[in-house]
Design a protein around this ligand. Structure first.
Ligand code: GLU
Length: 477
């Protein structure tokens, strides 16, 4: 790895679940790092203990591992810029704050939250943009000293040069210029002395030598203030990429209410991690061959032409199709391992079925499966003999053929391991094969469609198949 190689990071906050949006951010960082022979860092942004939903980010790390997204450096891996949990990096933030204090880029703000709320309300009423009015920037040394002596709580704010503009480079948009007069002097600390997202995220990117900061579009306006801090410290800016947010098929921002928003929901509904990665990488782009694994995606992604704005539609139907393709693509063994837990919940007796047998059953049925869960329905006939009535037989088959088919089957029940002689005999007696197969499939599975009869007999075993056929023949005699 040369020293020009990019360093990118995925920086989730353990305040909620992994959803399809942050899974996509993780994936695109991963693919970019691999394609450019760079380094991918996992940093956990846990600066807000009160909102820590996933202590130690254990669930996030398990989810990333489930997606096979591995990191070169970071939480759970270690590396030269450890620690990788923001909660353990307070000393570093203090040092950087000190640097900014010494360079006079920050000031103390003693305004209480109530006062700030009031100011905001007034600005709203006057139809002014809600921006900090810099009251505390005007405090004299004496006034500040008095407030400090009386232990008045305060925060540090960054002093933006509001006469200036600042330009960042966005991977998809190119140069983006912000007019700093439209921004507030933002807080770097909270009144309890802890550090804000804006500041710790910036300090970490600087100290971890991040060259490319790829994140959701919701962070775009943060980059103006963060860029100002880079300039203050004389550090080269990273290339940003503010990825368009995913929206649902109706064009609304994707939310918890949309099926397929949460990664766990998708996993529980029988989606394969390969399919999720695949779909999240190709969404919004156009690729000749859409079904790709992580290696193939690494080569296929064109990061020079990424979506800048607009809506990226998350279409669960398309994801279902990609999942179907992946179910057909993975090895018999992998499919068996992936499906087994779903079957176990529906049919506890699957525990007695050995891996090879289950794998071979699934090979016959896999073209019908769009999710792993679909195997429950597809294999129902295997675990539960169907209830077939005489009426169903009468309604499904041409009546002239029922008696000859029954007679033929009766005399061939002992030769079921090979259905060829049965087929031959049917032809000789003028029985349409389609009618024969419908009859047999009805008896064996309760459905006229599905795998071939020979495959069904092989799946069920000769004895069970014989029993099921016999049961229907008895109804007719
Ligand atoms: N912790 C932030 C988030 O989860 C990440 C911001 C960033 O990537 O810069 O949205």
């Amino acid at each position: 790895m040369n020293s020009d190689a990019p360093r990118v990071r995925f920086a989730p906050s353990p305040t909620g679940i992994m959803h399809i949006g942050n899974s996509r951010t993780a994936l695109l960082n991963y693919l970019f790092a691999r394609q450019k022979n760079g380094t991918l860092v996992l940093r956990i942004e846990d600066t807000d203990p009160s909102r820590n939903f996933d202590p130690g980010a254990k669930i996030i790390m398990e989810d990333l591992a489930w997606l096979s997204l591995s990191f070169n450096e970071g939480a759970g891996v270690g590396g030269p810029y450890a620690p990788y949990f923001q909660s353990e990096r307070q000393e570093l933030y203090k040092e950087k704050l000190q640097e900014l204090i010494e360079k006079d880029f920050v000031y103390r703000c003693f305004c209480t939250n109530e006062l700030l709320d009031k100011k905001r309300e007034r600005q709203k009423m006057l139809k002014q943009p809600p921006r900090y009015d810099r009251a505390c920037l005007q405090l004299s040394e004496n006034e500040t000293k008095k407030l400090l002596d009386s232990n008045t709580p305060f925060i540090w704010r960054f002093k933006l040069d509001q006469s200036k503009t600042i330009t960042i480079t966005d991977l998809a948009r190119g140069p983006v210029t912000f007019d700093l007069k439209n921004f507030s002097d933002f807080p770097l600390t909270r009144s309890d002395g802890t550090f804000t997202f804006m500041f710790s995220n910036f300090v970490d990117d600087v100290t971890m030598h991040i060259t490319h900061a790829f994140r959701g579009e919701d962070h775009q306006s943060n980059s103006a203030g963060q860029a100002a801090m880079y300039q203050a410290l004389g550090v080269e800016l990273p290339t940003f990429w503010h990825m368009p947010m995913l929206c649902n098929i109706d064009g609304k921002k994707l939310s918890k209410r949309d099926f397929g928003f949460s990664l766990h929901d998708l996993r529980d509904a029988g989606y394969l991690p390969q399919a999720i990665n695949n779909y999240l990488a190709i969404i919004g782009g156009s690729f000749e061959n859409e079904i790709m694994n992580l290696d193939e995606l690494t080569h296929a992604m064109n990061f020079d032409h990424m979506h800048a704005t607009g809506q990226i539609k998350y279409d669960v139907e398309k994801l279902r199709w990609v999942n179907h393709e992946w179910i057909k693509r993975i090895s018999p063994k992998e499919l068996e391992k992936a499906v087994r837990p779903f079957l176990q919940a529906a049919y506890p007796e699957v525990g007695a079925l050995n891996d090879e047998k289950l794998a071979s059953l699934l090979q016959v049925l896999k073209t019908d499966l769009y999710t792993l869960k679909d195997a429950i329905e597809s294999l129902k006939f295997f675990f539960e003999a169907p209830e077939v009535s005489k009426a169903t037989i009468d309604q499904t088959l041409e009546n002239d053929h029922i008696a000859p088919i029954a007679a033929l089957l009766k005399s061939n029940l002992d030769t079921l391991e090979n259905v060829n002689p049965l087929k031959k005999a049917a032809k000789e007696s003028g029985i349409p094969l389609k009618q024969l197969f419908w009859f047999m499939r009805l008896a064996l599975t309760g459905q006229i469609n599905g795998p071939g009869v020979q495959e069904l007999i092989d799946m069920l075993g000769v004895d069970e198949s014989k029993e099921r056929l016999q049961r229907v023949l008895e109804l007719l005699s």
